[in-house]
Design a protein around this ligand. Sequence first.
Ligand code: S6P
Ligand code: ZN
Length: 195
Amino acid sequence: MNMQPFGAEILDSENRLSHFNTHVRRPLSSLRDHFADQTAFSRMLQAGDPIVYEVYEVHRPATAGELPHGLSIVHPGRVGDEYFMTKGHFHTVRGTAEIYYCLKGHGLLLMQNEAGEWVAEELRPRRLVYVAPGWAHRSINVSETEDLVTLFVYPGHAGHDYSSIERRGFLKSIQRDDGTFRVVDSPKWCAVAEK
Ligand code: S6P
Ligand code: ZN
């Protein structure tokens, strides 16, 4: 691991970093239980398995002093009326925050905490969103045509807890309605974690 200072370019035309350790591509099939409309999901999967989002990440040691970072790219698309989105997660160490800075596109960062509160902050170029400690987060692309590109930075010891979201879902879902996006109650939300 490089322990020296370093710089990197954000390659605008390719939506990627000049240097990174991993490039993860998440196809629709990896988001099976996240979208509300199962019929639309199956139909879309049969027609192919589109990439919903990609992440370029610069790995850093899992210590409090380090700052892993990278680019997240959510492609435009919908499953039924629900916009393409990331899986979403809590940080395993709940007391760790994160910063998202929007470079391109139009989206929302949907956040919720374990007390059942939720917040949806808009992502537009030059807008940043501070994910406070204890808030799960998911990014959603509400553009019909453009990629949503964000730069993220989080503490090295944060860890990722996907299972809480897989069990209970998010309280809200972002749906297209009458040509615009709406935040609606999610049918996937389990008020009691029974699964
Ligand atoms: C990591 C940070 C992002 C997400 C990325 C994909 O803490 O929040 O790198 O990993 O946006 O989302 P997800 O929910 O699949 O990790
Ligand atoms: Zn995170």
